[in-house]
Design a protein around this ligand. Structure first.
Ligand code: ADP
Ligand code: MG
Length: 500
């Protein structure tokens, strides 16, 4: 019995020892598994970083490709992915503009209506007020009439609130500058047909229609008496608005939901322009650079999948790697792969992470800018948006690293694009007489994503070199686009001869 008990006791001790060994093995295996997962996650980040590489040589190739495409787009219709559209703006604001004008700015998720009173030579902008509304998502892919009716209705409400002192003199219609920031083939300052939609809009029955007559018809339906005096986009508006306050403005760049650029070209350098030579000898060109594409662009599997699943596959490739609509979505796609292949957020892939566009660029920039010691903004964003709780500091750091990779690539490529434009203008070397070239910049991405903005400005300086960089000024033109459209409406007013 004793023996037996002893045996039993020995047996139990052996079992106990085996259990200890077993638990230890499990812990080790678990650790190995998690370090294997971590190594896999790090490998995915590293690979992504390499594929997003934008060293200087590559950026200069991108800039050169941009310059080449600009030439090709100016040479003939359809000569390049860059449409290089003629804006029919051959005179930028002089400061003489006078009277009350309206502007309507449509080109992303929000649209704005503005009322501006211009005071002529010495008065400047005497008064401005605006109203803003968002475009309901259903209208972004609905019918042309529905979209334009909605806009006209908001404009009608805004006009209704017009104070007496802003009323037009008798027999004079209100006039409007329409900032419509999608590709449009213009045939005059206030006519042009929609080429295609971008930035998440897709309204088939509007393609090929005249934008101004679509708007004018909708205004009639809503009982608004108004003449559309100028049709521009945000880049042209920003160039005009920037020029009003600074005579050295020669380029405008938008980095918002989408991206685009415009610049002043010599009319004689536009072979496809068959109209009379403008008196100024100049013409503002709307590049539609969002559609730029080159073999030098660093594209990853995530970009290719994003493009394939977008509303406009194989279009707007430059836009899809640089602009606000897409940066957060690229980040999300990398995180999905890390969750799937490296269990980055635990054994399961968080369901919310699988929703396209759930991670928006403003959230990405909040994550990127988190400077708290425990990265609590990152933790809160992951929890609130993706329902991923209890993330470790290590995990949060990796997420920030990914933001940095995505934003850096976008900002550096945008800088390369600007270098390409400056090259085309012959302004990539110091100018005789020390003249400055001012680039008017606008858009929510540029305005609010400071890591992006600072990286862009630093990269542009590096690419230009110290001496040239001192002659290139990047200026934030805060809502220059709306004011610019009003200014262009004024300079293309029917009543120019009847000065108030
Ligand atoms: P739009 O380009 O639609 O005319 P905006 O110029 O206001 O309008 O830009 C809005 C875009 O800017 C948003 O879609 C978003 O991508 C980006 N954005 C806005 N706020 C931020 C932010 N805080 N950080 C990063 N990007 C932002
Ligand atoms: Mg805008």
């Amino acid at each position: 019995m004793k023996e037996g008990m002893g045996k039993v006791a020995v047996g139990a001790a052996v079992i106990g020892a085996a259990a200890v060994v077993g638990v230890a093995a499990l812990v080790v295996r678990q650790r190995m598994k998690s370090s294997g997962r971590w190594a896999r996650a790090v490998a995915i980040v590293k690979e992504f970083e390499e594929k997003c590489g934008t060293h200087e040589v590559k950026l200069k190739q991108v800039a050169d490709a941009m310059t080449v495409e600009m030439h090709a787009g100016l040479a003939s219709e359809g000569g390049s992915k860059l449409k290089m559209l003629i804006s029919y703006v051959d005179n930028l604001p002089t400061g003489d503009e006078e009277g009350v004008f309206y502007a309507l700015d449509l080109g992303g998720t929000n649209f704005r209506v503005l009322r501006v009173q211009l005071g002529g030579k010495t008065g400047g902008i005497v008064h401005q007020e605006f109203a803003e509304a968002s475009i309901p998502p259903a209208l972004m892919c609905g019918s042309s009439d529905d979209l334009f009716d909605y806009i006209a209705e908001k404009l009608a409400a805004f006009v209704d609130e017009e104070e007496q002192r802003f009323h037009q003199p008798a027999d004079r219609q209100r006039e409007l500058g329409f900032t419509f920031s999608f590709p449009v083939m213009q045939t005059s300052i206030n006519t042009g047909t929609i080429i295609r939609w971008t930035k998440g809009f897709s309204i088939d029955d509007a393609v090929g229609q005249d934008v101004v007559s679509e708007l004018t018809k909708a205004l009639k339906r809503k009982g608004v008496e108004m003449r559309v005096a100028a049709l521009v986009n945000d880049t042209i508006g920003t160039l005009a608005g920037g020029r009003y306050t600074n005579n050295d403005v020669a380029v405008a760049v938008i980095l918002g939901t989408g991206t685009n650029a415009a610049y002043i070209e010599r009319a004689q350098a536009i072979p496809k322009w068959h109209g009379p030579l403008p008196k100024s000898g100049e013409m503002v060109i709307n590049m539609e650079w969002g559609n730029f594409r080159s073999s030098h662009l660093p594209l990853t599997e995530y970009d290719i999948a994003l493009d394939a699943e977008s509303l406009n596959p194989s279009e707007q490739i430059f836009e899809k790697i640089t602009s606000g609509m897409y940066l957060g979505e690229i980040l999300r796609r990398v995180l999905v792969r890390m969750a799937e292949e490296a269990s980055f957020f635990g054994d399961d892939v968080p369901p919310k992470l699988k929703i396209p566009f759930v991670l928006r660029t403003p959230d990405m920039s909040a994550i990127h800018h988190d400077s708290s010691s425990d990265l609590r903004v990152v933790g809160a964003k992951l929890k609130d948006i993706l329902e991923i709780s209890n993330t470790s500091l290590k995990t949060r750091k990796v997420v920030i690293e990914l933001c940095n990779i995505v934003a850096t690539r976008g900002a550096r490529l945008a800088a390369a694009g600007i270098l390409g434009v400056l090259k085309k203008m012959g302004r990539d070397t110091p100018r005789e007489g020390g003249g400055k070239t001012v680039i008017a910049m606008d858009g929510g991405l540029y305005e609010h994503y400071s890591e992006y903005r600072e990286c862009l400005e630093k990269t542009l300086s590096e690419l230009l070199g110290e001496e040239t960089a001192s002659s290139i000024v990047v200026e934030h033109s805060n809502d220059g686009s709306g004011i610019g459209a009003a200014l262009l409406a004024a300079s293309h007013s029917l009543y120019l001869d009847e000065k108030l």
